[in-house]
Design a protein around this ligand. Sequence first.
Ligand SMILES: Nc1ncnc2c1ncn2[C@@H]1O[C@H](COP(=O)(O)OP(=O)(O)OP(=O)(O)O)[C@@H](O)[C@H]1O
Length: 301
Amino acid sequence: MLEISGLRKVFPNGVVALDGVDLSVPAGEIVGVIGRSGTGKSTLIRCVNRLEEPTAGTITLDGADITRMGGAELRATRRRIGMIFQQFNLLTSRTAAENVALPLEIAGVGRAERGRRAHELLELVGLGDRGGSYPSQLSGGQKQRVGIARALASEPSLLLSDEATSALDAETTTSVLDLLRRINAELGLTVLLITHEMDVVRAACDRVALLDAGRVVEEGPLGEVVARPGSRLASGLLPSLGRVEVGGHEHAEEVVLFEDAEERLAAAIADGARIEARSTERIGERRVTRALVVTPKEVAV
Ligand SMILES: Nc1ncnc2c1ncn2[C@@H]1O[C@H](COP(=O)(O)OP(=O)(O)OP(=O)(O)O)[C@@H](O)[C@H]1O
């Protein structure tokens, strides 16, 4: 469990990047932090492993406050926190297996054991046969898989993902996010992921927080936020189905319905409504149906 409380970061030039962030990342969940460019997402994630020094606030991982740690304790905690990056950050002069083995080398693990673990981790991310390849011989998606295997080498309990799919095309993004979900389920890994893309949140996260000007302005489980009227996260997660031209005696409305969608729409149709467009998808733990409904003015869905 990661618990961030009252986190502030003021840079020496006076920029307030984080202005009192409160955020809980429950153990074993994937939490997405979404926000526009410059809202403090990178700064937040960098404070968690102390690549950036917080100005105030606390960050506790399984009860221990990371902001107060130093020396050996901080180094040991950092080993429990893996990180993956937008640009993969692989060493170009090393093979995939050697990149994965790097954290183990730094931790003083012997050569044979490093090789065995690196191979195991590459198998886990679907690259069991590419250990001898150099980064230049791998696709973007494969490089990120190597990055994920490397992040898992020190058996972290928390994985930080900094726009890990932003440099990848849509199809590769889907497969990397599927991999993250799989390792989250198989290894019970907790994941804090930052992104500027709602599609990433929809595909990968259990919970989401909206960061705006250095503060969390809205957050919750995906299935809960989509049901909040007027929520910025809900409108981001549920893009509009489009517009329809209607006559003066008709009324067009986009409705969001949940588990009782079929009954509600059937009742509306029985009352004379027509459905111009609809889509149903699973968001978090809920089945969400959006429908563009045209009704005679006196009927409501
Ligand atoms: N080292 C630094 N010194 C001064 N200001 C900084 C520094 N790093 C970031 N900032 C500023 O802090 C604010 C938050 O930046 P941050 O990179 O955390 O945002 P972000 O949401 O990750 O944006 P992006 O998606 O563009 O990376 C911005 O105004 C940025 O210019």
